[in-house]
Write a new protein. Sequence first.
Lengths: 321, 321, 321, 321, 321, 321
Amino acid sequence: MKPFPYLQKANTSFTDREVTKIGDLMKEWDGETIRGVGLIGAHLSKSSISHSGACFAPGTIRKALSGYSTYSVEENIDLANWIIQDLGDISMHITDVIQSQNRIYETVQQLLKEHSSWLPVVLGGDNSITYPSIKGFKEAKGEVGVLQFDAHHDVRNLEDGGPSNGTPFRSLLETKTIKGTNLVQVGIRDFSNSKPYHDYVNKHGVTVYTMKDVRQASMKELMESSLKKLEQSVDSIYVSVDMDVIDQAQAPGCPAIGPGGMDAVDLFEAISYLGEHPMVKGLEIVEVDPTVDFRDMTSRVAAHVILNFLKGKQRGGLTFD
Amino acid sequence: MKPFPYLQKANTSFTDREVTKIGDLMKEWDGETIRGVGLIGAHLSKSSISHSGACFAPGTIRKALSGYSTYSVEENIDLANWIIQDLGDISMHITDVIQSQNRIYETVQQLLKEHSSWLPVVLGGDNSITYPSIKGFKEAKGEVGVLQFDAHHDVRNLEDGGPSNGTPFRSLLETKTIKGTNLVQVGIRDFSNSKPYHDYVNKHGVTVYTMKDVRQASMKELMESSLKKLEQSVDSIYVSVDMDVIDQAQAPGCPAIGPGGMDAVDLFEAISYLGEHPMVKGLEIVEVDPTVDFRDMTSRVAAHVILNFLKGKQRGGLTFD
Amino acid sequence: MKPFPYLQKANTSFTDREVTKIGDLMKEWDGETIRGVGLIGAHLSKSSISHSGACFAPGTIRKALSGYSTYSVEENIDLANWIIQDLGDISMHITDVIQSQNRIYETVQQLLKEHSSWLPVVLGGDNSITYPSIKGFKEAKGEVGVLQFDAHHDVRNLEDGGPSNGTPFRSLLETKTIKGTNLVQVGIRDFSNSKPYHDYVNKHGVTVYTMKDVRQASMKELMESSLKKLEQSVDSIYVSVDMDVIDQAQAPGCPAIGPGGMDAVDLFEAISYLGEHPMVKGLEIVEVDPTVDFRDMTSRVAAHVILNFLKGKQRGGLTFD
Amino acid sequence: MKPFPYLQKANTSFTDREVTKIGDLMKEWDGETIRGVGLIGAHLSKSSISHSGACFAPGTIRKALSGYSTYSVEENIDLANWIIQDLGDISMHITDVIQSQNRIYETVQQLLKEHSSWLPVVLGGDNSITYPSIKGFKEAKGEVGVLQFDAHHDVRNLEDGGPSNGTPFRSLLETKTIKGTNLVQVGIRDFSNSKPYHDYVNKHGVTVYTMKDVRQASMKELMESSLKKLEQSVDSIYVSVDMDVIDQAQAPGCPAIGPGGMDAVDLFEAISYLGEHPMVKGLEIVEVDPTVDFRDMTSRVAAHVILNFLKGKQRGGLTFD
Amino acid sequence: MKPFPYLQKANTSFTDREVTKIGDLMKEWDGETIRGVGLIGAHLSKSSISHSGACFAPGTIRKALSGYSTYSVEENIDLANWIIQDLGDISMHITDVIQSQNRIYETVQQLLKEHSSWLPVVLGGDNSITYPSIKGFKEAKGEVGVLQFDAHHDVRNLEDGGPSNGTPFRSLLETKTIKGTNLVQVGIRDFSNSKPYHDYVNKHGVTVYTMKDVRQASMKELMESSLKKLEQSVDSIYVSVDMDVIDQAQAPGCPAIGPGGMDAVDLFEAISYLGEHPMVKGLEIVEVDPTVDFRDMTSRVAAHVILNFLKGKQRGGLTFD
Amino acid sequence: MKPFPYLQKANTSFTDREVTKIGDLMKEWDGETIRGVGLIGAHLSKSSISHSGACFAPGTIRKALSGYSTYSVEENIDLANWIIQDLGDISMHITDVIQSQNRIYETVQQLLKEHSSWLPVVLGGDNSITYPSIKGFKEAKGEVGVLQFDAHHDVRNLEDGGPSNGTPFRSLLETKTIKGTNLVQVGIRDFSNSKPYHDYVNKHGVTVYTMKDVRQASMKELMESSLKKLEQSVDSIYVSVDMDVIDQAQAPGCPAIGPGGMDAVDLFEAISYLGEHPMVKGLEIVEVDPTVDFRDMTSRVAAHVILNFLKGKQRGGLTFD
Ligand SMILES: [Ca+2]
Ligand SMILES: [Ca+2]
Ligand SMILES: [Ca+2]
Ligand SMILES: [Ca+2]
Ligand SMILES: [Ca+2]
Ligand SMILES: [Ca+2]
Ligand SMILES: [Ca+2]
Ligand SMILES: [Ca+2]
Ligand SMILES: [Ca+2]
Ligand SMILES: [Ca+2]
Ligand SMILES: [Ca+2]
Ligand SMILES: [Ca+2]
């Protein structure tokens, strides 16, 4: 019997014996082999064009995620057997942004090389982490196809402010880390992108689905045709979710909010569909700024993105038995 | 003529002679016979698992409700002839939660026995009030069927924390106050319920419509088939609305918010459809926490739930002539 | 070369050489001929029935608008050749509301008479500005048809509080500034209008589309039939957008918020459709109160209303070559 | 015995049998003779130069006041025998500010003439109510001396915006309602007043105590010499408290906040000292804007101003036996 | 060398090698002997009369505390040698408030009996924890003297709502856990206490220092005479700090805020003076509600209370060598 | 006569002909000779250890400053003859923090060399701007003495995070830009600095006044003795104000808030005293973060710091005739 039966660790929350929460599956990584999804934080947002607290999102997304049940009642799928390693955060330099980005690259590539069965879920941070993250991913995984959910093309020129949250796909294309024809952009929004940058992605052969396309086709059709194309030409697929692809009413905590965006349920369906595909081996979530959010709503949406990724993976046959 | 023509009661708001507001129909109850809908507050939320200010919702919902017009322009129905008795609040004990719940039970059952034409609209408070409220309802009304709108099953075990806002339907089923086959749960949400509790309600024969079901069928179909089943087996029907069934973007003031929820308009259509049925004789609204809401949005949605209930009742033939 | 290369005007924001923003097209008016859309602020909200900070909306809408790109990626239309004159604000009297309203009338009519090619975009302010604004519009443009997007009829009697934000269409009809048969009200909401006022607009032959109508028909159908009717009977058409027509989840910063409202994308489609029509020669946006908004969301929606108006105009052939 | 022992009026708060609260002493006025302090609301703030929600202050001050105990533990004085009449609010016109101000004048003067033993506590509203209020006070009470606590002189010219919250003492002086030599301004703050207006009050013989004076002398000395002067030359004294006289850290909910202001405790001491004097027969509190306050802090300070006024009056011999 | 040099535990904050923070001294308790100060959380606030989130204060106070430096520059005292055990939180029952209070009593008394060199710092929670906490303290420590900093007497009757945050000293006196003559109340505030309760404490021989006393004497004098008296009659002294003793401008996050309160620096001086005394063996901090605070200001003040207690103890000779 | 009498520039605020505001004195710099005080913004806060929005402070301080009157009623000094040049902001790089700091250095030194009569008022930004700013100041002005108002020493080591807001005085001392004996630190706070850094400044001969010193001496005495010492050993004096020197209740918008800080009025007195001295030739204000402030309170305090600097300069004989 416990000597002090009512003494518990500080900050312990209510436990119901019949409930398995995602938090129960999350373990601080011990350095051993990683199987399945493992979380890693890239809390960099000093690279943002506008003031951003996206550096706090790894914390709020982990917290939101850990509170959800493991059970998908809609599909009768229980994730209770998973182990979700939490690898921790990549440490950021206080005053040297470029070094911080390099640390992301070096850490991701080295980890993926040593842990080939790891399915990274990278928690940004702003969208600038996408370039070092995918660069590291590619070195371990070969030719990469990217499904980018974003209101914006993110191919700004690199001269006007360096490698910021407006430039990651420019960097990826210019350095030939990925080919334009292996990039699919979903959710591109009206009056939120300039014509020169739209022309730029067209010139590189990028597949672009605007919000008008999203409203007119089913998400399943768009994903199906995207995967069909990518599976011919790449070795593995990375899913990048800039949360501002969602409408401002549903994701109020992104730096660049606006109306006319995607419905969260459509995004969830896309993500679980993608997760089911065996070539999809990485996910990142960026541009959640908890300092301007309302009741961590946007982090809760982010958590559901991860949950649907897990559901897709389990549907796709990933097991922990 | 008034001696001081410009002196008015403190806090009087602007009056337009051509507008009848619900507030104009609301009367503090005088102890006489109650006909039709009467409001009663059950402002208990110390019973909540997480910190909750749902105890303030009776006040904010009344305030929101009283400001709306009596006129449904969509259906050309005017409620201007109604009298809505406000019975007041059931007093809560400061430190004894169980006694507070008992007071709800005792007050509801005694009132219903003495005022059989009363259609109670119970304003929570958290979802723990559902057990004493329906227990009281049943003693006066016979076998009860319940239509529960909720993201959650609410059948947690009673050992881990007593009769909280997570347990009301467990209590109702365990005490056989209602039969599982007379319970319909609508809006059950992904990753928000554990498998053991889903199995539990299935075992009890509860009808469950998840959000996936809600997205795939029309609300009218779900309600029609629910009522068809219940009208065979019960004496009266009680509608329980946990406002967290609504999507977090539309009902941001619930303790357990999240994405992937019901659209408010779907709920309104369900409620007015149910209200029209003569066996539907009670309504409760729970889990609105005004202390974390934005501009009383969630209380405004709650007010529209009541308005649609009234509209249904009038459509169903309830008159005050 | 610049003597102090890093010294810039205070408050300069980041500039990307490949991006043309609406702000780049906006010029403080120099008194010369105005072509196309010109903004004018009518920052009056002391006329509101409830406390309103709508007087700040001209500032927040301008700021939101100026940050968007000129490029509609959905329709491959670039507005980069436009010049958008900013005529400034109409000065308001501190203590004399009626004089403030007269200033709006006088300024609008005089400007329109002297600048017949000006397409005014009037930024309220509350809805009381509609009467002086349309009165001025009419004197310059002849018989006027009005497409009013609003949750409310806005035909309150004038005795109970003078010419407020609840009365503009009453004033317009009573003074025969517009005919009831030339008024179309879209988005009228349940329990938000009294029967006497609904009867009043019906008596005057106003076309009314409730939210139920909006949910059941396509926006394009409603606009098509509205324009077909108006183009027979008027000389020019004015579009009045009370932002509270939008659902509270998407436009949380209006004084009179509530559930059951219009989807912003439906409004955008209506506006660009209307903008395309050559007889549509004026637009106003009212009832945005930035002091109660969340992250200027409602001003961002307002900016998209203007953007879609511009897009419609360009689709309709307006050019600046 | 109560038929429903737990049913209570909606919104009833916790009652402790051993505690008498000010709220227990407050009675809605029944039209009978008023003795001692009676509250009256003048909820006008459309007259303000800057956007102000001071119209809500009568409600928040009443609420704060009613929650305090009747007992001054510091001086062992209990107000439990008082009756505090609440006369209600003076109704305001929606669109006619000048008429609203006239209603204040007419109501105050008529009430004071008919109820000579009434000690009015006028709850603004903005500072523009001071002119009509003191004008009414004077007609009933003869020559008036005014002790004004304010960071500002409030003698702006009347041409630039009419009778606003910046002009009340200009109006009082220009109309000779009060003489400059009978006006004492306390708490005038650095860089918050223009030289011409400072010269203006000097020219009129107004006594001015700046914040520097307040820091260097004791409040008791300043009050003593002020009363000594006024009691020679006036029939009755009116105390006007613009809450922005207090430092912004302690009264954060005033429209014109700033550092370098008065300590609340100094104000309380001044007020109870003044209240004790038999010639002091009226008090007003203005410029509290609850919409920008933090947790009604400023209304709580306002309530303590009233409490100290009551304490002073009881110390001065006012009894209800 | 670290295999992944940039990978760190999630949520790691910036570390400066030259800075020792209190957080560096805090260790999760391992069950071994406790020396000196040890923190324990009593996160109960369902016992509060008004809605309170004081249950969250143990978390916010720990967080604030852990960020401060160990070094008192004012007195050149460094606490860097301390070990501060964090015993964790006492688990609370979801629905049984009385059981929760009993758990506090049982845990505190058992711990103190087994660890006589422990100096408990109890983090509330609301003020209801004081009764079980001091009851436990007394069983281990003999006759107890209490220095209570509070705006309120906290001796409400127990009939009207049970053992709430308004009753702890009533319970202590009625059960003779402490004698009235061994209780000193400091900071009792005007209009915040009823006469019957003031009479009650007087009758019990309690020493009362109102805020007027605090303003007129030095804090050192008050503490000196208090200690002089207590050291004659008790075995050990417990310091209870209800944070609402501080003025609302400096401690805005207490449930019962108001003006006219104590300056934080005076409290700090009192606490370090008390801490220096060898008979002072326990400290509690209650009534901090982080859900209504501004930027955790009140938790920061609470942390400084603890820091000054530590400083006093070190000045008093407590060492860890 | 104006063609459109009511048309004014957007965002024009109310003008009173009898009031001269500081904003009326502020002119966008035209490149001509600068006399007296000129504002320059250094909106850098990506260099901060913790997330900071201090980059927005130049905007909010300018706005607060421009709204104050030119007249000091406390000393009968009017600044109405001043011209305050606004030189604008130094542009910051999006991703290269070190380059941003260099731009501050280069701009300040070049400007000061070309405009020797300029009295710079530098608006940060975080405290990291102090190193480049003073380095530039020194190159133009010779040996520099610094009066630093700060709760912190700001001499962190440079290895752990580069040149951040924790290191400016370390950089200044290590590079011998200033001598330790020419540095006076005022307001150093308890438990907010580590012993090694306190030893470091002592070793360098820095004069340190802790908050205890500030409470025990008059501010005038501290300033007098500081100036007496510096005027012997330096060519010019620079005043650096980290706003967190002020108590958190009065300056709630600093990143590192806490209790036990300086009273704003004491700071104002220090600044006007210093401003009067002819050797004091520069002022900077840093660490105001408007994104976490309450109603721009902290920017208002900052504005008063500048106002008192101007008042001191005028008292010291600076004229614009
Ligand atoms: Ca984006
Ligand atoms: Ca992006
Ligand atoms: Ca629920
Ligand atoms: Ca529930
Ligand atoms: Ca409307
Ligand atoms: Ca309207
Ligand atoms: Ca004032
Ligand atoms: Ca005033
Ligand atoms: Ca207390
Ligand atoms: Ca207490
Ligand atoms: Ca500092
Ligand atoms: Ca500093």
